[in-house]
Design a protein around this ligand. Sequence first.
Ligand code: ATP
Ligand code: MG
Length: 573
Amino acid sequence: MRTSQVLIPTLREDPGEAEVVSHRLMLRAGMIRKVAAGIYTYLPLGLRVLKKIENIIREEMNRAGAQEILMPILSPAELWRETGRWEFYGKELLRCQDRHERDFCFGPTHEEVITDLFRREVNSYRQLPMNCYQIQTKFRDEIRPRFGLMRGREFIMKDAYSFDRDEESARVSYQKMYEAYERIFTRCGLNFRPVEADNGMIGGTMSHEFMVLAETGEETILYEEEGTYAANVERAEVLPPASPSTENPLPLETKHTPEMKTVLDVCQFLQVTPAKLVKTLLYQTREGEIVAVLVRGDHEGNDIKISRLLNTAAVTLADAETVTKATSAPVGFAGPVGLKGVKIVADHAIRAMKNFIVGGNAQDTHLLNANWDRDFTVDTFADLRQAQAGDPSPRSQAPLVAAKGIEVGHVFLLGTKYSQAMDATFLDDQGKDTLAIMGCYGIGVSRTAAASIEQGHDAKGMIWPVQIAPFHVHLLPVTNSEMVQETTKSLYHSFTDAGIEVLWDDRDERAGVKFNDADLIGAPYHVTIGDKGLKNGTIEIKHRRTGEVVKIEPSRVLAYMNEQLAQFQLPRV
Ligand code: ATP
Ligand code: MG
């Protein structure tokens, strides 16, 4: 393609609104433009990258035996009411009405629609296993759309759904998708890691997220440096402490702690470490119950673990008014001793503690030497805190290491959650009605493009992996001389005929401008044609990633590029 004939509105200056590098560079390179918060138009360069990612996904999904379909973006409320998610999904589900005042929503995911298709169209175990996927625009009315394509409201997702006759076969389907995802992200040229994950809003029994490793990732993962365990921090299991404290219990003591509301305040005032404190966090369940959760002063509560223990969809920290009502003290002084009418649950680290400090349920008051077996009653001890770097791995006990990641894919074993709610059955080999065992598998296509930039860029611009680059070669004639123009044209045609994707910068611009734009756009190979080089019988090829420059005779350039690209399994655009 010629630059003069494609819309590539590059920007010299950094756009102010962009907080992360992928957003900033995609705007600067003219790949995307914002239409509304979290809603973008993909311009030609951006769309080419998306199409390549889509095609890698398509090839690997087909190879894994999945079949492509396309479901509608709008779906009727009745389907969502059947599973309870019309209410449960909350405000992320964008709803609308048609002219007959019938309720619809913009699909954030498609379990309901596919399960409805399954129950209508599939009758027999002979038709199983079945796995259908689509690549489609999703809408989630995210509370904080941000970071460009990383967290949009409208975004492109590949979603697949598997149906199996039993659990064992469902695990095979899951494993196939897991392996397809490994191939997909490897083929996209990304440095990634699959991690154990929570099932969240989708539900089910087992799940893994595929994380692209990048400093700017919103997710934290914990992993064994040598071993195989890796998990999202939300999910990572914390082992109970090995040995309890051997201290003798001391008498409970009331201490005046004026204005000491935070762990740090109290520790400084009393000259103790945070591990000597127990925080009392008052949570409210979806159903409105108030529960006190105890975690050690240097630990953080994990909302997902807490919700799971309390058997509720979600918990939130109670507001100041609720805290005051439950504890008769302002926020910062809640404690378990004498707390009435509130269930107390505790992280299992507390079980090993003696003589700890807690809030006194009165203004400016803390209690010293509290002991859980003497001073208050814990309903349940459980793993309720966020794991941290340095915690022993639940698998090998080796210390876990932390890294930042971007979630680009997520696979779930769903079990019968949706088939049961929607009565999606088939006839088994005994002629008996049986619920299908489902799995679902998502990839954020547009987020994957952004994640690649977060992982691959430098001060000058993007550095695309060859496999998903908008073009393989950026052709850069630096003068208007006939010799340069003729050589460029002939190279352009020979590349194009050989299936090599070229962007030919045919603008009448200074060499410096062209080089800057080429570095910004980040095609893997920059082929520079200048008078001086040609007089010496050479053309320069720069590798964008390494900066390495090779000088090659014009007649050998095509062979060189073919050799380079032959190393990769490239998708078509
Ligand atoms: P997140 O935790 O980042 O909000 P999620 O866990 O809700 O994502 P899934 O339901 O697992 O997302 O969706 C499948 C995939 O879709 C995700 O792995 C991610 O790559 C992508 N995705 C989800 N939400 C967005 C979004 N707002 N913008 C872009 N991609 C998204
Ligand atoms: Mg997810």
